[in-house]
Design a protein around this ligand. Structure first.
Ligand SMILES: [Cu+2]
Length: 184
């Protein structure tokens, strides 16, 4: 579990405050421009239409938010995270390779702690089918945390996704994902 703390908490509180201010301004403008005029008869139908669209999209947005929230890659949003702690894996990128384990288990949540020894790199995980399944920036003097669970065993490929120098195109290596033992 990674609770909101430090900078994240400050940003969250700021975001809530700014959102409240923006909504307040919109509300105030809406209230201040509400007066009867000659277009009333025409505008009534328009307002009705607008209202139904607002309800439609509002409901759609809230439903989409509720349906997809659990897929965000944060520990607190993962139902499985509470049951079993994630396996911590440190990844250090450098020109032009990644220092990390070459074998990892499937079916277990992994907490990748990704950083760089020199310049900015990208840390991208490609499935055996060549599909990019997860990626995060590898930055010097900063550790990015990414949660990922390999759904299937196989030979994955790690690729750098940020042009980092002359050897960038050769900055890739394989990662063997082995089947989960017993429990999932
Ligand atoms: Cu690169």
């Amino acid at each position: 579990m990674v609770p909101l703390e430090g900078k994240q908490l400050v940003i969250f509180v700021l975001w809530v405050a700014l959102t409240a201010i923006v909504i307040g301004v919109f509300w105030w403008v809406m209230r201040s421009t509400r007066r009867p005029d000659a277009y009333d008869a025409v505008s009534k139908g328009g307002y009705r239409l607008r209202k139904s669209w607002a309800w439609f999209y509002g409901t759609l947005l809230i439903a989409a938010f509720a349906a997809t929230l659990w897929t965000v890659p944060y520990a607190w949003a993962q139902p499985a995270a509470a049951k079993r702690p994630a396996m911590v894996v440190t990844v250090r990128a450098r020109q032009f390779s990644f220092s990390m384990p070459s074998r990892l288990p499937a079916g277990r949540q992994i907490e990748f702690r990704v950083t760089s020894d020199d310049v900015n790199h990208g840390f991208g995980i490609y499935s055996p089918q060549g599909v990019l399944v997860a990626q995060v920036q590898a930055m010097p003097d900063y550790t990015n945390v990414m949660y990922f669970t390999f759904s299937a065993p196989g030979t994955y490929t790690i690729r750098c996704l940020e042009f980092c120098g002359v050897g960038h195109s050769d900055m890739h290596q394989t990662l063997t994902v082995y089947p989960a033992k017993g429990s999932v």
